[in-house]
Design a protein around this ligand. Structure first.
Ligand code: AP5
Length: 219
């Protein structure tokens, strides 16, 4: 199964992607996670991406396209994957189409998560992420059992640097001016579904599963 997840920063893409990946046993390809891993390891890509990410800007298309192309060719992607955070520009979407055509991949579902601006800001300001396994929490909505400790691996939770107020503002602006255009690029396709992400995570996931059922993928 091949799924593309769209939506503003903080809308819940990572949260729902992890649930889908687990249910359907496919890898979760989060370009944000891959970039953060590269930044931590100080790789060539990480060093190039860091300044853009720290300022809430998009990393240049050429870097992103190469990175995603390399990742989808890996063995674990043979039976499918869920793409979270890519594409983010029309150029990335066009490049993705070429990659999919080349690999004979048909997209089963394009899910566009939508929530109000107030909810998005509240979610980003309370987000905590596990340094070790990447699990996502929220101090109020989805709290860990023990404060600042991951339920899954007991490692320390942290607040992402780009969740600071000014950077969040910039990321939301970048979404509005560059990434939102993808909705009109994809919305006419039969496999496009709009998801109401104002709901609780399990309700949002139930809606996603219903739409995946319509797309012929009930898992
Ligand atoms: P990336 O890491 O992809 O960040 P993003 O798109 O801004 O999305 P987020 O990870 O912030 O949010 P999310 O929608 O996954 O929400 P989450 O599930 O965590 O990208 C970071 C940076 O990398 C970019 O700024 C850019 O520089 C670069 N980059 C990445 N991809 C790129 C590309 N293709 N091109 C160029 N540059 C790229 O949820 C948020 C919070 O809400 C959590 O606390 C969660 O617990 C809570 N929550 C989630 N759902 C619910 C719910 N239903 N109810 C209550 N709480 C919820």
């Amino acid at each position: 199964m091949h799924i593309i997840l769209l939506g503003a920063p903080g809308v819940g893409k990572g949260t729902v992607a992890k649930m889908i990946a687990e249910k359907f046993d496919i890898p979760h390809l989060s370009t944000g996670d891959i970039l953060r891993d590269n930044v931590n390891k100080k790789t060539y890509v990480g060093n190039q991406a860091k300044e853009y990410m720290d300022n809430g800007k998009l990393v240049p298309d050429d870097i992103m396209i190469q990175m995603v192309k390399g990742r989808v060719l890996e063995e674990d992607c043979k039976t499918g994957f869920i793409l979270d955070g890519f594409p983010r520009t029309i150029r990335q979407a066009e490049a993705l189409k070429l990659i999919f055509d080349e690999l004979n991949i048909v997209v089963d579902a394009i899910l566009n998560l939508k929530a109000s601006q107030e909810i998005i800001i509240e979610r980003l300001s309370g987000r905590r992420t596990c340094k070790n396994c990447g699990a996502i929490y929220h101090i109020k909505n989805i709290p860990p059992k023990v404060e600042d400790k991951c339920d899954k691996c007991a490692d320390r939770l942290y607040q992402r640097d780009d969740d600071k107020k000014d950077i969040v503002k910039e990321r939301l602006m970048v979404y509005k001016t560059q990434t939102k255009k993808l909705i009109s690029y994809y919305e006419k396709q039969d496999s496009f579904y709009e998801i109401n992400a104002n709901k609780k995570a399990d309700e949002m996931f139930a809606e996603v599963c219903k739409d995946l059922g319509k797309a012929g993928k009930s898992g």
